[in-house]
Write a protein that binds this ligand. Structure first.
Ligand code: URP
Ligand code: ZN
Ligand code: ZN
Length: 462
């Protein structure tokens, strides 16, 4: 299968230029002007951008959580991804008690293989940090192709600081990366008790129970562990101005603290929790939505490069039947998480680039090129000869109003309902094969279930 994209504007992290792109099989074969080669498919890409497919390094597909499961499986989740211009995802793989990391990886690969429509990888989440599991970090980095390790500082399955230190030391030896959900569990437990005594149990108090200071303290502490060990850390779903201050403070000291944020922390704020009829539950996620001051600070962090990646934390639970199942009378029982994989690129382009908050080139960096580099996806993230032909033909003028019935995620709402975006994919290619296209009204999936594959990632050389 070969495709010739004619006359599009190729966008990289450093600039843009008009050229033709020829792909053959899985790969980008040639880039040049006026390419005259026969191809199975010729695409007129004039006045369109040629973008590397977005990479979402933070998803929770089919994850068991808070008495239920995140609803997308690998089929529905990757169809939605493809329709949004996401051509690779890295999913969290929560180690069960007694499992090795390899067993955890094989368990999730068995669910994914044959079902994924785009390429994927996995981050093992270390939840049973037995000595032999810490030792297995070497193999995960050098053999399994999964050199990033998630830890939680909150939830029942959190790890303690001693485990964090051991993991940091071990990942440092083999070019691994520790990813941290950073919130101070004791602040949250204390505020949960205070709020319960006051009878404050509506969704809004979810935000009040997890204040910015809880994120700030946890990031500061994690950064100190990095300083101690000389290792590297990646803060997932950074949400607050105060948390960002700690990230920057560490970076200014030369400590390798990287950060990811998500569209919800850039675009939505805690007022959402006040929506009537329990609708505030739709936004119950951890960390919670903050205020405009944090939204603005995070946009600045993307622009000044203190935040390196935008991901989604895609973790969908239906409003009807899941969010309201246990949590009607207590925010603590509402499953934490929200959908987002399909709306990532359209929101970052429309709210970020079109509104002048970040450049188009920076968008490519935080959604594709920088993400591929951060997580060792060496064949992904750039429109370059030899790279995988993961390509989004993007129409920067196409309007679309985000609404749940026109999306493909397996859930009954989107937190971004009603936002009108400017700019949508015209067509999305995964390793040279079209997986989705604009049909004049919405995106439609045209790919093949099971064509996606597990991609081994490389450890960092630094
Ligand atoms: O609320 C969230 N973020 N749910 C998914 C699990 C996590 O903490 O990332
Ligand atoms: Zn988290
Ligand atoms: Zn998450």
């Amino acid at each position: 299968m070969s495709v010739l994209f004619k006359g599009g504007t190729i966008v990289s992290t450093t600039g843009r230029y008009v050229a033709d792109v020829y792909t053959e099989g899985d790969k980008i074969k040639t880039i040049g002007t006026d390419l005259d080669v026969p191809a199975d498919e010729v695409i007129d890409a004039k006045r369109k951008y040629i973008l590397p497919g977005a990479i979402d390094p933070h998803t929770h597909i089919a994850m068991p959580f808070m008495g239920t499961h995140a609803q997308d499986d690998y089929e529905t989740g990757t169809i939605a991804a493809a329709c949004g211009g996401v051509t690779s995802l890295i999913d969290f793989d929560l180690q069960q008690k007694g499992e090795t990391l390899l067993e955890a990886l094989e368990r999730k690969q068995a669910l994914a293989d044959g079902k994924v429509a785009i390429d994927y990888s996995l981050h093992p989440a270390v939840m049973d940090p037995r000595p032999e599991v810490i030792e297995e970090v070497k193999k995960a980095c050098l053999e399994y192709g999964t050199p990033s390790f998630k830890i939680f500082m909150v939830y029942d399955f959190r790890v303690d600081d001693a485990t964090m230190i051991r993991l940091l030391e071990e990942t440092k030896k083999y070019g691994g990366l520790v990813q941290v959900h950073a919130e101070n569990v004791y602040i949250i437990q204390h505020l949960n008790e205070v709020l319960a005594k006051q009878g404050k149990l509506a969704p809004y108090y979810h935000a009040k129970s997890r204040p910015n200071i809880a994120e700030e303290e946890a990031i500061a502490r994690a950064a100190k562990m990095v300083e101690l060990t000389g290792s590297r850390i990646y803060i997932v779903h950074l949400s607050s101005l105060e948390g960002l201050r700690q990230v920057k403070a560490a970076q200014d000291r030369g400590v390798q603290v990287f950060a990811e944020t998500c569209p919800q922390y850039l675009l939505l704020d805690e007022e959402r929790y006040k929506e009537p009829d329990f609708n505030g539950a739709k936004y119950v996620m951890s960390p919670p939505l903050r205020t405009q001051a944090s939204n603005d600070a995070l946009w600045r962090g993307l622009k000044d490069r203190s935040v390196q990646v935008v991901a989604t934390d895609h973790c969908p639970f239906d409003f009807n039947g899941k969010k309201d199942m246990f949590g009607k009378d207590d925010y603590k029982k509402i499953p934490n998480g929200a959908p987002g994989i399909e709306t990532l690129l359209m929101l970052m382009h429309s709210e970020g680039v079109v509104k002048g908050r970040i450049s188009l080139e920076r968008m490519v960096d935080v959604l594709s090129t920088g993400t591929a580099r951060m997580f060792g996806l060496k064949d992904k993230g750039e429109i370059l000869v030899g790279k995988d032909a993961d390509i989004v033909v993007f129409d920067p003028d196409q309007k679309f109003t985000i609404t749940q019935p026109k999306l493909h995620m397996n859930i009954d709402y989107t937190p971004f309902e009603g936002i009108e975006v400017t700019g949508m994919p015209s067509a999305v290619y995964s390793r040279g094969k079209k997986v989705s296209q604009w049909n004049g009204d919405q995106m439609e999936f045209v790919g093949e279930i099971g064509r996606g594959k597990f991609v081994k990632r490389e450890p960092s050389e630094s």
